[in-house]
Design a protein around this ligand. Structure first.
Ligand code: ATP
Length: 321
């Protein structure tokens, strides 16, 4: 039987996952492998939901959001019994390597499969940018651009009515989307889970200071992990008398055609994963560090502490005055 690779997407979808799938399929075939697409995350390995991919089966997906392989969260796969079954299934198809595109939960699954004898390489595919070992994750750039586009529209109406807008962007444990978009839209305050906040000091005082210099409309960005945008909004209106509206951007940030940056990173990472597997190397995470593609042992990657960019946060505070 021809030597084979497989690819799956797992956890939350992210724009650019398709670009990564395409890269794995094309680079796999280029390097002499038969390549299988596995549907619905790890579930596909348990249900035999796989399809052999050819060069043209990934045509026209580079620019599409979501994932053509579908994604899922598999509870069963958390148990060793099913991880061993999945590995056995891979062996039955002569799969010598697997590429998993997802977040840190998916990385744990990739580590389990590597341990069960199937060399597996994981790519960081999540809009949150919450993978410590990588400067960028696949989907982060597109999600930020979508958020900026939406907040620019909110700003138009906030400006017309001299309003304050409190906008929640995605990021459960990670304030990167909030920080980056906050800078890009000129937010008065940016509230992230990594930094303790005080509404009086970090929001109300800043609004008053800006009001004194003639500013009439305000954007406050809040990361999803902080939450409470309705309450924050009521508080601002109550304390300042400025009409204040709350908006939760939600899943709109997960969709849409991937940006150039996400397509590029996804392609670069997908090819790097195939190169590792072609050498028989598994149990690695592909990452982007200072513009270069690198790889780490999965456990090392999972144990790395995530560092919030305090410097960039200070930059944001210095210009939003
Ligand atoms: P996102 O960042 O979008 O949440 P994620 O990959 O972190 O993505 P999870 O739901 O945490 O999303 O994990 C996706 C899947 O990975 C799980 O449904 C499960 O199948 C597998 N998985 C997660 N943790 C483990 C684990 N400890 N062992 C084996 N498999 C796991």
């Amino acid at each position: 039987m021809a030597k084979s690779l497989a690819v799956l997407t797992s956890g939350g979808d992210a724009p650019g996952m398709n670009a990564a799938v395409r890269a794995v399929v094309r680079a796999g075939i280029y390097n002499g492998f038969k390549v299988y697409g596995v549907y619905k995350g790890y579930n596909g390995l348990l249900n035999g939901d796989v399809k052999e991919m050819d060069l043209r089966s990934v045509s026209d997906i580079l620019s599409r959001g979501g994932t053509v392989l579908y994604t899922a969260r598999s509870k069963k796969f958390m148990q060793e019994e099913y991880q061993l079954k999945a590995a056995e299934y891979c062996r039955s198809l002569d799969i010598e390597g697997l590429v998993v595109i997802g977040g840190d939960g998916s990385f744990r699954g990739a580590r389990a499969l590597s341990k069960a004898g199937i060399p597996t390489v994981a790519l960081p595919g999540t809009i949150d940018n919450d993978i410590a070992c990588s400067d960028y994750t696949i989907g982060f750039d597109t999600a930020m651009n979508t958020a900026v586009e939406m907040i620019d529209k909110i700003r138009d109406t906030a400006q017309s009515h001299d309003r304050c807008s409190v906008v929640e962007v995605m990021g459960r444990h990670c304030g990167d989307i909030a920080l980056h978009t906050g800078i890009a839209v000129g937010a008065t305050s940016i509230i992230v889970p990594e930094i303790e906040y005080d509404l009086e000091r970090d929001v109300i005082a800043r609004i008053y200071e800006q009001k004194d210099t003639g500013k009439k409309h305000f954007i406050i960005i809040v990361a999803e992990g902080v939450g409470g945008v309705q309450d924050i909004s009521h508080y601002i209106q109550h304390r300042t008398g400025i009409e204040t509206r709350a908006t939760i951007l939600g899943h709109v940030q997960r969709g849409g055609s991937p940006s150039l940056r996400d397509r590029l990173i996804a392609t670069d990472m997908g090819v790097a994963a195939v190169h590792l597997l072609a050498k028989g190397i598994g149990n690695r995470v592909i990452a982007s560090q200072n513009g270069k593609i690198v790889d780490y042992d999965i456990t090392e990657a999972l144990e790395m502490p995530r560092v919030f960019d305090d410097r960039l946060y200070k930059v944001a505070m210095e210009v939003s005055i």
